[in-house]
Design a protein around this ligand. Structure first.
Ligand code: UDP
Ligand code: MN
Length: 295
């Protein structure tokens, strides 16, 4: 069993996590060295988590940004597939941040599921669109989410759910192993290597993918505020971290270890091809059209 020693505030969630059968997968790492579970197919009973969170009346916020052409290209498939696979047993509210609210597609939602559209400004550079999400999410947790939801998950829009993405993913702070790096050596992780940047790192535990992160509203508030502060410090110096918000997220999780880690099953890329340890696909990267989307 995983020697859970992290500070998980919800005691019974902690008990649930420590009930994971971490030895049922010997082909992959199922526990971090600080005792957080790494969620792989076969190590948990989905029903246990669902029953726990239904009983707790857990409510989940999902944030997604669809600015400029990303709205027409990705949002509809993202939402339709989320309705099929994302925390389907629980009340979920989608918070869609966009510059063109009137173009948000009409998607039929199940019972207990809601959608709210929030208008935000476009930015000239895609890097700024990506990075500014941290500030927008932090502010929105403060003004809204903390009053309505215990948990929040933040997603890139250029991906599609294809399998269960359920309540087993909930935890105090949750990071995702990047599909391209989960088997790489730490020296090959693409951390920011500029000592001037707030995101600068020499070494680390994993390479986390910023396309998905989540946690309790308190946990995600800490993550997003930290990242935003780092981004602003860099801007004052006229520098930018190598992978923008993702570099700062990696720095956060190095200094403040996540209480739960998601395996790359939770955000897989078919470009990588077949891997024995990837037993299910839960979310897949959509095709990137950088030539038309990043002008
Ligand atoms: N995004 C957006 N409009 C843009 C650029 C980015 O809405 O013009 C949002 C969108 O949610 C996207 C995320 O920011 O998924 C991160 O950008 P992107 O997915 O292009 O980065 P990548 O995953 O390729 O590193
Ligand atoms: Mn993306």
């Amino acid at each position: 069993k995983c020697p859970l020693n992290y500070n998980e505030k919800l005691k019974s969630q902690n008990e649930l996590d420590s009930s994971l059968d971490l030895w049922s997968r010997v082909d992959v790492q199922t526990c971090t060295k600080w005792g957080a579970p790494i969620m792989w197919e076969g190590t948990f009973d989905p029903g246990d988590f669902d029953r726990h969170h239904i009983q707790k009346r857990t409510s989940v916020a999902l944030t997604v940004f669809a600015i400029g052409r990303y709205l027409e290209v990705y949002l509809k498939e993202f939402l339709k597939s989320a309705e099929q696979y994302f925390m389907v047993e629980l009340p979920v509210t989608y918070y869609i941040f966009t510059d063109i609210p009137e173009f948000v597609p009409k998607v039929k939602l199940m019972k207990q599921r809601h959608m709210k559209v929030i208008q935000v400004k476009n930015q000239k550079r895609w890097q700024d669109i990506s990075m500014l999400r941290m500030k927008t999410i932090a502010d929105f947790i403060e003004s809204h989410i903390q009053h309505w939801h215990q948990y929040i998950f933040c997603f890139d829009v250029d991906q599609v759910f294809v399998g269960r993405f359920g309540s087993e993913a909930l935890g105090e702070t949750v990071g995702l192993l990047h599909a391209f790096y989960y088997r790489s050596h730490v020296k090959d992780y693409t951390y920011d290597r500029n000592p001037e940047s707030a995101a600068y790192m020499v070494t680390g535990d994993f390479y986390y993918h910023a396309a998905i992160f989540g946690g309790t509203w308190q946990g995600v508030k800490n993550i997003t505020e930290f990242c935003h502060q780092g981004i602003m410090k860099d801007k004052e110096k006229n520098i930018e971290a190598l992978w923008h918000d993702e570099s700062h997220l990696n720095k956060y999780f190095w200094l403040h270890k996540p209480s739960k880690v998601l395996s790359p099953e939770y955000c897989w890329s078919t470009i990588i091809g077949f891997r024995f340890d990837i037993r299910v696909h839960r979310l897949l990267w959509a095709t990137k059209f950088y030539d038309i989307l990043r002008t």
